[in-house]
Each structure stands twice: as C-alpha cells, then as structure tokens.
Write a protein that binds this ligand. Structure first.
Ligand code: AFD
Ligand code: MN
Ligand code: MN
Length: 431
C-alpha cells in the first residue's frame, strides 16, 4: 500500500492562515530585542541551525512496567519508524537524524536502509546497543549483567554485540555508539563493586579499540533501575573516571532523567564541560526518576539553565568537538509524533532563550556578588517568549508555523491506522 506523507502544499496552505499574526509577533519581538541590543536576525539564524536527533524507539507508544496502551497506526518496522521521524522533521525542521537501537532496528540490508533514509531527507545519529534484554533463543543470558558479568563468555557476547552495532552504524554513516547497561545488583553483597567496574573498563577498552577514527563512544550513566540496589555506571563522577581511563573517543552522556531527585543537573553539565568529557544529551523530563516525560514539560527552567551552561561555554571557547543532542522519551498517553514535535520545539526554545542571556551584565553582577540582579538577568532571558523566532526558523525552512495543529489537520494518524493494521498480541513493558 502506498505510504501517506503530508504534501508540502498542505503545509504551505495551512501556514497561510497563521502567517500574519506570526509576522506581527516577530516584528514586536524584534523591537523589544533591539532595545536590549540583540539582533533578532542572528538569533533566528542560530535557531534554524539547531538540531536534535530523534530516538527510533520513541515513535511507538511506550509503557510502564504495568502495561502498554498502543495507539492506532504504530510503526511496525524500522522503515515505518523512519517514515514517522521524517514527518516530525518535515513539520519541525530541526530533527534530521535518527538514533537507532540494535537489535530492535537491525536492518536486513544496511545500505538499502541508508538510501531509504536519504530519500526521506534523514540521516543517522548515534547507534544504541542493547544488552539489557535477552533476545528470543539467546543461550547466554544478560539476567545478571552484560559487559560487567562475572562470566567471561557473557561479557564476550555483550562486547561482540557492541562491535556489531558499530559495524552496522558504519554502513549507515553513523559516527557514534551509545552504551547504556542495566548491570548492577539488587542486594548488598550480590556484586563486587570494584571488580564489576574493572570488568566494565576491560570490556569497553575492547570496544573502543574497534571504534573507527572518526567515531565517538558515549557512556550513559544512571543511578538505579533495573538494578535497584547498586548500578555499575551509576553517576557522572564514575562516568567521568571511566571516560578518562578509556581515552579521547569516550565521552559522558547526560540523560536528564538519570539523576536522583533534585540533582543540580546544570552543575553536572558545567563540570563535564570543564573536564572536556561532555559528549551528548538524552533530553526528556522527569518528576521522580527516569520518567522519560516530554522535554520541558516539568522543569523548563532547568532545561534553560542547562543550555545557558552550553551556550556560555561555546562562546568562551568554541569547541569543534561538538556535543550530540538526542531525545530519549517514552510516550505513554500521547501520540508519540505530537510529543516528539512539541519536545523538539521546547529544547530549541530553551537554547534560544539561553542565547538571549546578557552574559556581560551577568558577569558584572557576579563580580559584585549581586545575587538578585544575577538571577534577574537569567530570568529576563527565560521569560522572553521566543515563539515568533521558532516559527520564523521553521517558515524559512518550509516547516509548519504550528506543527501540532497542522499534524492534527493532516489526518496523518488516521491514514497510518489504515496502512498499518495493529498487531493482535498485547505487549507489556517499557519501550
Ligand atoms: C533506557 C535507559 C536509557 C537508554 C534507553 C535506550 O534508561 O535511558 O538511553 O533505555 O537504550 O530507557
Ligand atoms: Mn537515555
Ligand atoms: Mn532512561
């Protein structure tokens, strides 16, 4: 059956009903920013260049450990996932790359998949390995760990799987591998803390050796879950230590949901930047733990403060080894494509707001120990409604002025529901 795509003419037609108020709002904001000594044109240009990668595993409905409630028209193959990602990118225009998860997305023919992605205007971001789950018929189990397992043959299997991810990624023109492991313990005494970290390093060393010269390896820490007592790669300090031991190709990945409640994540970001070991982000939001909620939905000020650190560091010393921005979310109660569009926009919004911070004034307030004026300087940027800039950045690239409303008006989901009949068996569990 022919695969429905939103016609570009539909976007143009829909935009017509939004263009006048969008232009007016842009002009008003331009005047306001001009008074603050900021050129809206250069901010809009930066906004239009901003990019964040989509996770292939987030275009289908996620779930909790109780159940999953899939919606109509869920993608069933990696090609269908790419088609959904292309739709998100078509409307939002800042998500040109997809991060694949192997073996979930293992292509039968990698070069064909690459060509297919290209035909949709997409490329590939970091590859993700999966050693936190056994595959059907798997003889050696990851139940008690993978890269840090006490049994050498299980470690071997997990290493080989990561090498395979790199091999597939090379054919797809990916330039990075992200490694997240669930290894750890549920009971005191279950694992030897120091030995398991040693084994982690030993396994990673072998993967790093096989990494192509122009590749990076991101190590993703997380304090708990699925291991509920102790996790091997539990925090940024441990990740920093490992990344230093493993050499220049290895960097730390900050997933915003992978911290204990109330952790000062912007401070973690500043520390990793200062140590030269910040590799990338998994954006999402959370209230309690690794909730994988939509970026900016719970703590938009925190997201802004993270970008303030990133923008500030980039201004002080432009680092050619750029940082990878990726989304990692689980959409349980929303249409995943809607959540991805809104989240990408919220991430871009935080970035643009951070660009507006009067950093000279901030520094002066810091030097005079004027805490309230320093906060006010940040708040002035954070409170600025930059929506007209985001809209203009999309307009110039042929995207939608209002992606969410346009997506709903397009009938995309209904068309996919007809094209992709649901699987009959109920599926439980997270993503
Ligand atoms: C799990 C982990 C982690 C990882 C993702 C994809 O918590 O966030 O990035 O799976 O592997 O949610
Ligand atoms: Mn993650
Ligand atoms: Mn997670």
């Amino acid at each position: 059956m022919e695969q429905f795509q939103i016609p570009q003419s539909f976007i143009e037609e829909q935009n017509r009903s939004f263009i006048q108020p969008a232009n007016r709002a842009y002009d008003v904001l331009a005047e306001d920013l001009d008074r603050r000594g900021i050129s809206i044109g250069s901010i809009t240009e930066k906004a239009a260049k901003f990019e964040v990668a989509l996770p292939s595993w987030a275009v289908g409905t996620g779930g909790t450990r109780f159940a999953k409630f899939p919606g109509p028209g869920e993608p069933r193959t990696v090609e269908e996932k790419l088609a959904d990602c292309a739709t998100v990118h078509q409307l939002i225009r800042i998500t040109p790359r997809v991060s694949l998860h192997i073996p979930w997305d293992k292509p039968a023919d990698a070069s064909r998949l690459k060509a297919f992605a290209q035909s949709l205007g997409l490329g590939f971001d970091a590859m993700n390995s999966n050693t936190f789950q056994d595959q059907p018929g798997q003889a050696l189990s990851y139940k008690f760990g993978s890269l840090t397992h006490a049994d050498r043959s299980v470690r071997r299997k997990a290493i080989d799987h990561n090498l395979e991810c790199v091999e597939i990624g090379q054919k797809l023109d990916s330039k990075a591998l992200t490694v997240w492991i669930g290894d750890g313990a549920n009971f005191p005494g279950q694992i030897d803390f120091r030995r398991s970290l040693e084994r982690y390093l030993e396994s990673l060393r072998e993967i790093v050796r096989a990494l192509p010269d122009d590749w990076k390896l991101f190590i993703e820490y997380k304090p708990y879950e699925p291991a509920l007592y102790a996790t091997v790669l539990n925090d940024w300090g441990t990740a920093y230590y490992c990344a230093s031991e493993l050499g220049p190709k290895v960097r730390c990945l900050v997933d915003l949901g992978h911290h204990l409640p109330n952790t000062n994540i912007e401070l973690v970001v500043a520390r990793l930047l200062q140590c030269g070991k910040l590799g990338g982000f998994h954006f999402n939001d959370s209230k309690y733990g690794d909730d994988d909620l939509d970026a900016g939905s719970i703590k938009p000020f925190q997201l802004f403060l993270v970008f303030h650190e990133l923008v500030m560091a980039a201004e002080e010393s432009p680092d050619p080894r750029n940082i990878s921005y990726m989304i990692d979310q689980s959409h349980n109660v929303t249409d995943p494509l809607e959540s991805l569009m809104v989240s990408a926009e919220e991430i871009q919004r935080a970035y643009v707001q951070a660009l507006l911070v009067d950093r000279k004034a901030l520094r002066a307030h810091q030097e005079k120990n004027d805490a309230l004026m320093a906060l006010r300087t940040l708040k002035e940027a954070f409170r600025t409604d930059v929506t007209p800039i985001l809209q203009r950045a999309r307009i110039v690239r042929g995207g939608a002025i209002d992606p969410l409303l346009l997506y709903r008006a397009s009938g995309y989901r209904d068309r996919k529901a007809r094209e992709r009949p649901a699987r009959t068996e109920p599926s439980a569990g997270i993503v």
